[in-house]
Design a protein around this ligand. Sequence first.
Ligand SMILES: Nc1nc2c(c(=O)[nH]1)N[C@H]1C(S)=C(S)[C@@H](COP(=O)(O)OP(=O)(O)OC[C@H]3O[C@@H](n4cnc5c(=O)[nH]c(N)nc54)[C@H](O)[C@@H]3O)O[C@H]1N2
Ligand SMILES: Nc1nc2c(c(=O)[nH]1)N[C@H]1C(S)=C(S)[C@@H](COP(=O)(O)OP(=O)(O)OC[C@H]3O[C@@H](n4cnc5c(=O)[nH]c(N)nc54)[C@H](O)[C@@H]3O)O[C@H]1N2
Ligand code: SF4
Ligand SMILES: [Mo]
Length: 723
Amino acid sequence: MQNTAPQNTAPQSTATPTHCPYCALQCGMNLTPAADGTVEVNERADFPVNRGALCGKGRTAPAVLASGARLTSPLVRSGDGTLVPAGWDEALDRIAGNLARTRAERGADALGVFGGGGLTNEKAYALGKFARVALGTSQIDYNGRFCMSSAAAAGTRAFGLDRGLPFPLEDIPKTGCVILVGSNPAETMPPSLRYFTELRENGGTLIVVDPRRTKTADQADLHLAPRPGTDLALALGMLHLVVAEGRVDERYVEERTAGWEEARAAAMAHWPEHVERITGVSVPELREAVRLFCAPEAAMVLTARGPEQQAKGTDTVGAWINLCLATGRAGRPLSGYGCLTGQGNGQGGREHGQKADQLPGYRKLTDPAARRHVAEVWGVEADSLPGPGRSAYELLDALGTDIGSLLVMGSNPVVSAPRAAHIEERLRSLDFLAVCDVVLSETAALADVVLPVTQWAEESGTTTSLEGRVLLRRRAITPPDGVRSDLEVLHELAARLGVEKGFPTEPEEVFEELRRASAGGPADYSGIDYRRLARENGVFWPCPALPVPPAPPAPPDEEAVSVSHPGTPRLFLDRFATDDGRARFVPVSHRPSAEEPNDAYPVLLTTGRVVAQYQSGAQTRRVDELNAAAPGPFVELHPRLAARLGVAEGDRLAVVSRRGRAVAPARITTGIRPDTVFMPFHWPGEGRANTLTNPALDPTSRMPEFKVCAVRVEAEAEAEVAR
Ligand SMILES: Nc1nc2c(c(=O)[nH]1)N[C@H]1C(S)=C(S)[C@@H](COP(=O)(O)OP(=O)(O)OC[C@H]3O[C@@H](n4cnc5c(=O)[nH]c(N)nc54)[C@H](O)[C@@H]3O)O[C@H]1N2
Ligand SMILES: Nc1nc2c(c(=O)[nH]1)N[C@H]1C(S)=C(S)[C@@H](COP(=O)(O)OP(=O)(O)OC[C@H]3O[C@@H](n4cnc5c(=O)[nH]c(N)nc54)[C@H](O)[C@@H]3O)O[C@H]1N2
Ligand code: SF4
Ligand SMILES: [Mo]
């Protein structure tokens, strides 16, 4: 495996074992700097999760390190409105000065901070602390709110704890049946597909629930293709059949759960025939799904963004969890509900305090004991910590009104936020915008000051993978001149705001503090340290520090002290993380999407990903090989819809929602429902899918409805005339 340099040009001894910068699988890879300044990616067979396999994004990731698009100097907005290079002191002074001015004039809550689930644990931790301690604002949230927040909310509600997967991926091939709901790992985590292939080779079955026949659905024993936004009804219909067919695990329900009667009553109101009308999934298909799921001893339900990115995402995931609980398929070996988290540190990024309502260790900002513990670690008064702030979309929506100045670190909302034209306008209306990034993202291009930062291979840090496995992503190369790390940026800004201490720039030092801050919390990292991570292929949290044994005769081996807890690959086997140890059923009922089709907007739009681009594309759109594979946006539609519109493959289509209009070529396929079109969201400009999406929010998780809105689709010439 190689990237830009011929293989084996550099001696093997300089290879650094590390991890991919992109998704939550956090594939292991070896990086070797070559003599010509490029970096070679080689197989890292010792890391068990991907066993050497990488997708095209991981394989080509070094191209972003050396990209001509790489920022290597701070940029500041000049008098004529353009961004011009500036020195670090000038740029940092400008940011600190503007933040201080906004705070003095309008109060600390007029300062906003927007983080990212791609940031390492150390950065996410430092960013949350920076907001609360150096700025004193409650207004911090991050892009993970757009990602797995519904699953996190539902998992916490049912199990008392949210860890994406409560078991390692290696359990998947050994279970009897997996239902993958709105998840397309063939494109979004290709090396993980082999776990599902092995499941089937071992005689297990795979059910895929997706309005599109994806590459993942192609592998399934059963593919259910519901209308977007109806997974809640589908899960309830299955639960109805479970009850009607006498498949409830009564003993398990009695011993390990609470709330069954109410949940049962809600499910019984969802007759299969009724569910068929809502979802478009036939009663025989529903019965077959129930049979496959209930037949084996053990089974799993895994959700991803399909059912989660809905204005009823929390209840939707709750309905799938109810199905697991009623059939005794949670907290037992090889059984359970899991969420496939998305970003490189999507898991850790939601545990250490960049979320509006959180403190490190997955503690609640509203919990007095949590505030006291963290305040003590931070050396501040608990009363000085602000309360919870706004959720991601609400924060972005408040820019230019309640929020005067914003610092963005690790996100590109101009492309990725719902109702993006409005959010872009909000960003432009700010008094002051600062962005830290590795490239001039579409959001950075709007900033008053842009700071160029180091990226993955140039710095060390920990991430927590979708399995809850804490990993050490090691520095492998020297950063280019002119860039500084996010941690250095926070240190410098805090100092300029009068907070001289508490923002170390060494990742390991930050991690040592994070350990203490997380100690005793739900996501306890206190038994993990860098030395241990360097030795082991990751440690699963919770991993509390064990007490040091009483005075041994000789000084103890340094490494044996307080880091001996084995970690927790599998959760809930004895009890759930609720007060009484029981999982909670939550009674949920189907409700329509925030926007249902009507005469003016008769088609459903759903959005998602393609294998060769990552997220807002800020990084992957700089890689030639990936652009060749996925050059631009498109609108996927069924031949019947295409015929009705009179459009052919490649014709330019205008997709119009209540929020705006996007244009992209038609891609005609029988693998999508005729009532639905699909657009990937990786591109800015006229094909930006998020110009169209609906920011209707889930009441609990505050997740926007990325996966369903009503649109009209027109051949572009016709659309031009109509305007
Ligand atoms: N190549 C690539 N890989 C990635 C990423 C990337 O941008 N590119 N991003 C990473 C991140 S952050 C994330 S969150 C993950 C996301 O990983 P996935 O969740 O697998 O990705 P999506 O394509 O957003 O959505 C999955 C599927 O949901 C389906 N879907 C749409 N609407 C509905 C619905 O109403 N119900 C159901 N059941 N399904 C529906 C879509 O057709 C799609 O196939 O991927 C990670 N990996
Ligand atoms: N329509 C639609 N929209 C969606 C989704 C969808 O399915 N449909 N999915 C949503 C989901 S799940 C997600 S996770 C979001 C993601 O959307 P974004 O938050 O926009 O994600 P990225 O494109 O990864 O943005 C990360 C930015 O940070 C920069 N960056 C990378 N590493 C670092 C670092 O270490 N430090 C700093 N300072 N910057 C860094 C990158 O260059 C990039 O500009 O999109 C959401 N938007
Ligand atoms: S699957 Fe994810 S972690 Fe693995 S190489 Fe691809 S982008 Fe990187
Ligand atoms: Mo995500």
